[in-house]
Write a protein that binds this ligand. Structure first.
Ligand SMILES: [Zn+2]
Length: 346
């Protein structure tokens, strides 16, 4: 059974890169009684440790690391102009097209704002509406009448998060930040189990700005094997050129294993372990379109003398936008598959 309440809490929490506090608090409260040790390092990574279970097994077996990142893409205030509008920059990979006409929350006080767009009636420059506005051309409007008024509600350096809430759509769930709160959720569930090997679970920071937290988390734990749990982009929507692009992965067709992306070529043995476990348990498994994207695996597998690494992800439509969609069946199958795979780790 999926803990949908926890998925709701995790996805609704604000956690733009470098500001993962709210997520870390939820994670800590949820795992405390299932682990032997919790540490938070200088970059804000939360690293939980679970001793090997079973007689005489203490400290034996490969050191296994699970990793999922707590941060999400978002924005940051860079300037407050004379009229009280907020200029902003992007934190992580945000497509300019998703910025228009969005509700946002600014800073610690969660001041509501909108990213305004000039109405179609007032487009005086020929073709202005045909090109995508960059974030430099857009502003956040918090309803302030003056610069001073705006400065009372927001400051340069404030984080800005999309204001959107989790919804249950029956077979699907809708939320922001499935990338990678869904990985955090899977790890929280997996930590309830017992394993015959020492297990580290790293809830990492700053993945979306260059896999930064994972780098130090892996250095500290130095695992033999690492499983990176992710949310990955689904491609099963209408494509610009019919037939030109792969529609894999698709929602509802199972979790997704990475063979190769821009950051890592996954360990063949671990890919096989996942494939064999899926087959044995009759769990559908999709292979991620090679060459696309990158994850914490990119840093973890080249830590010190190297770490055998694999990535398992749950597909989400429209990731890195405020309106991701994910299939409950894929989340449940991802969890089942990880449980089966970890049972086979030697
Ligand atoms: Zn991610």
């Amino acid at each position: 059974m999926l803990d949908l309440k926890l998925i709701e809490k995790l996805t609704n929490a604000p956690g733009v890169s470098g500001n993962e506090n709210a997520v870390r608090t939820i994670v800590r409260a949820g795992i405390e009684k299932h682990v032997d040790d919790i540490r938070v390092d200088a970059l804000g990574n939360l690293i939980a440790f679970k001793r090997a279970t079973g007689k005489g097994k203490r400290g034996t077996g490969p050191k296994v690391m699970l990793a999922a990142h707590m941060d999400e893409v978002g924005l940051m205030v860079t300037f407050i102009d004379k009229q009280g509008y907020l200029k902003f920059d992007k934190v992580g990979g945000v497509d300019n097209r998703v910025l228009l006409a969005k509700r946002v929350l600014v800073g610690k006080d969660r001041t509501p704002g909108v990213i305004g767009v000039r109405p179609i009636h007032m487009i005086w420059r020929k073709g202005e509406h045909k090109k995508v506005s960059t974030n430099e051309e857009l502003v956040i409007d918090i309803g302030a009448a003056t610069q001073e008024e705006a400065q009372k509600a927001a400051a340069v350096g404030d984080y800005v998060v999309f204001d959107t809430a989790y919804e249950d759509w029956g077979a699907l769930v809708k939320a922001k930040a499935f990338d990678d709160r869904i990985g955090c959720y899977l790890m929280m569930e997996l930590l309830k189990g017992g394993y015959p090997f020492p297990l580290y679970a790293a809830f990492t920071t700053q993945e979306e700005v260059g896999l930064r937290g994972a780098r130090v988390a892996a250095y500290r734990t130095l695992p033999d094997i690492a499983f990176i749990l992710e949310g990955t982009g689904a491609a099963d929507m209408p494509q610009p050129k019919e037939g030109d692009t792969s529609r894999v992965p698709a929602l509802g067709k199972g979790p997704v294993v990475t063979v190769m992306d821009r950051s890592v070529i996954c360990d063949k043995g671990l890919v096989k372990l996942l494939r064999d476990a899926a087959k044995a348990k009759r769990i559908p498994l999709q292979v991620k379109q090679p060459g696309i994207g990158g994850t914490d695996a990119g840093r973890i597998h080249i830590t010190r003398e190297g770490v055998r690494t694999v990535v398992l992800a749950i597909p989400a439509r429209y990731i890195h936008s405020p309106v991701g969609l994910m299939a409950k069946a894929d989340i449940a199958n991802g969890l089942k598959l990880m449980q089966a795979a970890l049972a086979k780790v030697r």
